[in-house]
Design a protein. Structure first.
Ligand SMILES: C[S@@+](CC[C@H](N)C(=O)[O-])C[C@H]1O[C@@H](n2cnc3c(N)ncnc32)[C@H](O)[C@@H]1O
Length: 246
């Protein structure tokens, strides 16, 4: 993924914005719950931010997979510095095959990299094949309900979005994150509606699809005040997805 090759460290810095700490992460952790004893794949693991959290939630085995060799190397270097037993490998979510099915697949901002419904269907097919029957998919995804008229609303929170034309399936959406040191990190994702995503999941045997509401941590209100969160809570930049393998 060219957006990430050479920019792995910038992406890691962008994970420290307050909305990540107080909104994205607590929402994902609440949905994941206690993972004691579970085998987990972190698909599109990046530099391992969520792989390490999955480990802290009690998962017995965590395997992180990412297309970007730079991301996997950064993840491995953190595992070398603080070994907790997480394994990482380079792989493509479109055609990954593993022998042992797992209890949980987590995918953080992976699906929004699919450029069209065929690519997204391939990713969901992979997720389905990696899970045991009854196993769970938990995902973070860019919020497909965020309309271009709202694309500048993220600026006070350190990010903004832009689009070259109308919001049609496969349209490229450009993200711009302003980092703590004033630097900028940019990446491009693709629009696929919530309805199409859900239809494709169900086609691939991922059932009982839910889109839980994000949860703001009380510490975020204490740190920055309630008013700070009003706009981002009206239209969060991400959505949560849960589905069960039939
Ligand atoms: C926005 S980053 C998210 C990283 C991490 N999951 C997180 O939430 O912090 C998306 C990651 O997905 C990876 N990716 C994109 N397409 C992929 C594919 N087809 N297979 C595996 N990884 C992919 C990118 O290399 C990148 O590391």
């Amino acid at each position: 993924m060219s957006d990430y090759q050479g920019h792995a460290a910038d992406y890691q810095t962008a994970k420290r914005q307050p909305w990540r700490t107080y909104l994205e992460q607590p929402s994902a952790l609440a949905l994941l719950g206690d993972l004691s004893g579970q085998s987990v794949i972190d698909l599109g693991c990046g530099e391992g931010h969520y792989s390490r959290l999955l480990n802290q939630l009690g998962a017995a085995e965590v395997l992180g997979i990412d297309l970007s060799g730079d991301m996997v190397e950064l993840a491995r270097s953190q595992e070398r510095s603080h070994p907790v037993g997480i394994h990482y490998q380079v792989g493509d979510a479109a055609d990954l095959v593993l022998e042992q099915p797992v209890d949980l697949v987590f995918a953080g901002y992976l699906f929004n990299h699919a450029r069209n419904r065929e690519e997204l269907r391939a990713q969901f097919r992979t997720v389905s094949s990696l899970l045991r029957p009854g196993g769970r998919l938990v995902a973070l995804n860019n919020n497909p309900d965020d309309h271009p008229s709202n694309f500048k609303a993220g600026r006070p929170y350190g990010y903004s979005k832009s689009i070259d034309g109308p919001l049609v399936e496969g349209a490229a959406i450009h993200y711009r994150f302003v980092l703590e040191d004033g630097g900028v990190f940019e990446l491009t994702d693709y629009y696929i509606s919530r309805e199409v995503m859900q239809m494709l999941m169900e086609d691939c045997g991922l059932q009982q699809v839910r889109w839980p509401q994000p949860i703001l941590a009380e510490k975020g209100v204490e740190a920055l005040g309630a008013d700070y969160w009003t706009a981002i809570m009206a239209t969060p930049p991400f959505c949560l997805i849960e589905a069960i393998r039939a």
